[in-house]
Design a protein around this ligand. Structure first.
Ligand SMILES: Nc1ncnc2c1ncn2[C@@H]1O[C@H](COP(=O)(O)OP(=O)(O)O)[C@@H](O)[C@H]1O
Ligand SMILES: [Mg+2]
Length: 247
């Protein structure tokens, strides 16, 4: 089982759009795939039409009152399951803070399903907190979408510094550019500068209205715009992720 967290310190950078589209492609190619929605906003859950089945489900999973396997729900798509988020996920930090060995929590919870799935995507809330420390320690890969603007790159650098200062394994970090606007010179300049860095995948996701339409269709891009440029961009990205992180 390979575990990939979609993460950024910043919100609104395309983490959830990537989670849904990459997980869909993974499932379509026959990998048994799970999305664990860790963001109390529940956007991944919304796109797949999943609602937590019991009250305070996210909280119960973290405290061990509910097995992860019990929380798993099938999606409308073959090979793709989801653990939906609910608002109780907003307490994740406080809960983990009070726990012994909190950094090992995500890893130990994930290990209970390690024989059931090939690939697990964790859709993370933005921020850097105790929950994120547990995610960083517990997953194989941390996949960061970055918008090529000054503030986004600042947050990327903050994350790198955080990894250094806390002696975290930065070899787990992989990045791609997201919401790229070709009309903006700044985007090109930032991208060219950062491509020197091996952390970044060559494939990137442009700013395209088809991605936004996922909210209207409440489904992955491939299901309503399979031949679109946006869908092709996620396919290219997925191919590169597979080459570097899965195979
Ligand atoms: N490549 C893109 N082009 C256009 N809109 C996008 C793109 N990626 C995401 N969006 C839109 O931007 C908003 C934030 O994206 P989302 O994936 O939810 O970000 P995050 O999970 O990082 O907060 C959503 O409304 C989404 O539809
Ligand atoms: Mg999100």
């Amino acid at each position: 089982m390979v575990t990939i967290a979609l993460y950024n310190l910043k919100g609104g950078v395309g983490k959830t759009a990537a989670t849904i589209n990459l997980a869909y492609l993974s499932a379509k190619q026959g990998y048994k795939t799970l999305i664990w929605d860790l963001d109390p906003q529940g956007s991944s859950s919304f796109y797949l039409g999943a609602i937590a089945s019991v009250k305070n489900e996210a909280k119960k999973i973290l405290t061990g009152d509910m097995d992860l396997a019990t929380a798993i729900q099938p999606s409308a798509y073959e090979n793709l399951d989801i653990i939906p988020a609910d608002l109780s996920a907003r307490h994740a930090d406080i809960l983990l803070n009070d726990m012994k060995q909190s950094k090992k929590k995500i890893s130990s919870i994930l290990s209970t399903i390690k024989n059931e799935y090939d690939i697990v995507f964790l859709d993370c809330p933005p921020g850097i907190s105790v929950l994120h420390d547990a995610v960083f320690a517990g997953v194989d890969w941390i996949l960061m979408p970055n918008i090529p603007t000054t503030l986004s790159i600042r947050s990327f650098e903050s994350v790198l510094n955080y990894f250094k200062e806390n002696e975290l394994d930065s070899s787990k970090l992989k990045c791609f550019f997201s919401m790229v606007d070709h009309r903006k010179n700044l985007h090109h300049e930032v991208i060219n500068e950062f491509y020197k860095d091996k952390l970044f995948f060559k494939s990137y996701i442009p700013y395209l209205s088809d991605v936004e339409k996922m909210g209207v269709h409440e489904s992955p891009l491939e299901t309503f715009a399979a031949s679109s440029f946006a869908a092709q961009c996620y396919k290219d990205l997925w191919k590169e992720i597979k080459q570097r992180c899965i195979n």
